[in-house]
Design a protein around this ligand. Sequence first.
Ligand SMILES: [Zn+2]
Length: 250
Amino acid sequence: MQVVTRDEWGARPPKWSEKIYVSKGVFIHYNGGAPLPADVVGGNFDAVCAHLRGVQAYHMNTQGWPDIAYSFCADSVGRIYELRGFGVAGAHTLGWNWDSHAVYLPLGGDQAPTDVQIAAANQVIAEHDKGFGAGFVKGHQQAPNSTSCPGGPTMARILAGDFHATNPMPPPPPPDPDEDEMKPVIVVDPRPGKSAWHVFGNTRYRLASQAEIDVLAYMGTEIVTGDASNPDPIVNWLRACKDLGRPTDR
Ligand SMILES: [Zn+2]
């Protein structure tokens, strides 16, 4: 996971910190009921760094906490900022500061998170689960604490299950079971040592030569392939077939 370090965003050192070894999940937070300035919400790097320094100053000077409250920040263009980091007690969620972590989204009011912002938060969540085991993902108000945090639009995305510990890229869609799945196709795996097949119904026939491929293609058979540097289409296609229990080799 690539992060903007504390030095890079200009953090003050914490007054003190306390290690934690157990974490049951990740809480998502926002700034509060007032909308934040457009450059912060828009992910302008200097504006986000200045905003984080301001939040840290508020938490340390006014609240009397040893550091900015949260573990990480995810901005709207997908940057991840190290705040307290992993394995450090927080000051983010009443009742949970010694056994959970927190991701802060620089948003306020009804400002909505972007998809890449959620993907960045999901990287933190995946990293959390690697270190502490699979945990929950909740909005601050689900602690339950009496707060509007993390705001309506973000809460809706949490309840929709969009925040979770997985690769942020969506899985490939399966073939249409009624139609496309049963159409014959030529599958060409371009990677060294791999093969080409003519797939028809539940059977695939290995194609021995480029001439066979050319004939089938000439007859209008669709070709599924990738290229050596990007075999994803073929890999995804084969995976989808496997999920459907086909094809069997012949
Ligand atoms: Zn909160």
